[in-house]
Design a protein around this ligand. Structure first.
Ligand code: C5P
Length: 222
């Protein structure tokens, strides 16, 4: 395809979603939040009472996932079969189920063409774990967005506190460490930087600074 793609991969909590939404807004490009793809499959499975170990049933669900993204007041939002999902995708149970379905190789394979369909003119910003390595290996620009696990836990802690959630920092930190390990060590599509990715470490950068840096990286190549 000649439609340009910017991939932004990295661990949980590195700010991929916020950076992607702002960079896409700046460029006027489409977005693919691939975490929302796995979360949608998980939500559909939970709602239909599908056993998360039933691979054939999960693959069947994948073929029915009708996901769209749109710009809402709070940033990029997702709709499934025309139904706006709001906060439903962010629920802890959905996050937990999504990491289980995301570890199933036939599920990942079944979601490839759905994800690639988001590559439409004038361009696409795709964020996730394997955008630059597996889904769009021919991407125009690949960024790997990292940050120390302590900083990622601090950011999430602040965000959850603002939403009035009752969490402890130590618990968040150990959850993030466990999720990092699962995502990095899984056999299929582990979280690794593509060989041709530009690594951006956001530990000591603000969101605006990261966005500026990514826009500059794209500007050099498109
Ligand atoms: O990024 P987010 O937390 O929304 O992702 C939800 C789940 O989907 C994570 O557990 C992650 O491991 C998985 N995922 C994935 N590949 C992607 C994006 C997300 O396996 N490209």
């Amino acid at each position: 395809s000649t439609v340009p793609v910017l991939t932004i991969d990295g661990p949980s909590g590195a700010g991929k979603g916020a950076v992607s939404a702002r960079v896409a807004g700046h460029l006027g490009w489409n977005v693919l939040d691939s975490g929302a793809v796995y979360r949608s499959v998980a939500l559909a499975a939970l709602e239909a009472d599908v056993d998360l170990t039933d691979e054939a049933a999960l693959v069947e669900l994948c073929s029915q996932v009708d996901l769209e993204f749109f710009a809402g007041p709070e940033g990029i939002e997702a709709s499934l079969g025309g139904r706006p999902l709001g906060d439903a995708l962010r629920a802890e149970a959905v996050g937990e189920a999504s990491s289980r379905v995301a570890a199933v190789p036939v599920v990942r394979a079944a979601l490839l063409s759905l994800q690639r369909r988001f590559r439409r003119p004038p361009g696409l910003v795709a964020d996730g774990r394997d955008m630059g390595t597996v889904v769009f290996p021919d991407a125009t620009v690949k960024v790997f967005l990292d940050a120390s696990v302590e900083e990622r836990a601090r950011r999430r802690y602040r965000q959850l506190k603002e939403n009035g959630e009752d969490v402890t920092f130590d618990r968040l930190l150990s959850d993030l460490e466990a999720r990092d390990r699962r995502d990095r060590e899984r056999a299929v599509s582990p979280t690794v930087a593509a060989a041709d990715a530009v690594v951006v470490d956001s530990t000591d950068l603000s969101l605006v600074e990261v966005v500026e840096r990514v826009v500059a990286i794209v500007g050099d190549r498109v």
